[in-house]
Design a protein around this ligand. Sequence first.
Ligand code: PAF
Length: 281
Amino acid sequence: MEIFKTKSALKAFLNPLKASGKKIALVPTMGALHNGHISLIDLAKESADIIICSIFVNPTQFTDPKDLEKYPRPIEHDLAMLNQAGCHGVFMPTVEEMYPQGADENWHIDLGNAEFLLEGAFRKGHYQGVTQIVKKLFDAVEPDVAMFGQKDFQQVLMIKNMVAYFNLPIILITCPIIREEDGLAMSSRNIHLTAIDRENSLVLSKSLQFVINNFEKLPLTELENRAKLFYQNLSGIDLDYFTIANGNTLEPAKSKNELNIIALVAAKVGSTRLIDNMIIR
Ligand code: PAF
């Protein structure tokens, strides 16, 4: 497995491979890898010959500097996992390499109204930062396909909008959420959960599963209200939102007949903010 710190070294590796007809997949990450990330690598192998994983904790997508500072960076562990998973190359640039003019460089594109809903309402500017770095990573790798996890459902939607905005010839593949045995969605942030937080965190998947199990039986408003009841009287958990939404617009679903419906949740568990979702249809 090769490690690249610069775009030029990465391109020097990739160009001959591309010239010989190899398909390239990019798996963008911020490190602190878990089996959810490895599932992206495994799925990437089905669509491409060469798998590049990027590890870059992107400063422009953090709204809280403390969150950026405490983001886990277990780099040796990450590299061992990627090597074991059969990744061909890791792109680990510095902040200066990705933002030569400084991380406050200008970036703003129209991502549609969904940018401002849900996560966008709690983390102002977050998706501008995400699409800014993903565009830079796409420019550096010029992949045929790029893999993203469904756990960040809104992020996938925003990246799709960015790809459409620039008309990029990149196929985006969304990979299913990988869960712990008890239902908790895998996340790099789970490492911050205390034992009691870890127990409490199960309410996210349980409330989503309640909606899935009862979708045919109950009206939309009752489903949502009853899902929110799971969070009442639970100390140590603050619900940010629980919504049953249209999967294209992220506006609340108006009818069960809409084509794409998804339940999404975000909650602060202890001091850790977790998100999760389940696609209903
Ligand atoms: O999902 C993530 O880890 C990040 O938002 C991404 C897509 C790597 C951009 O920094």
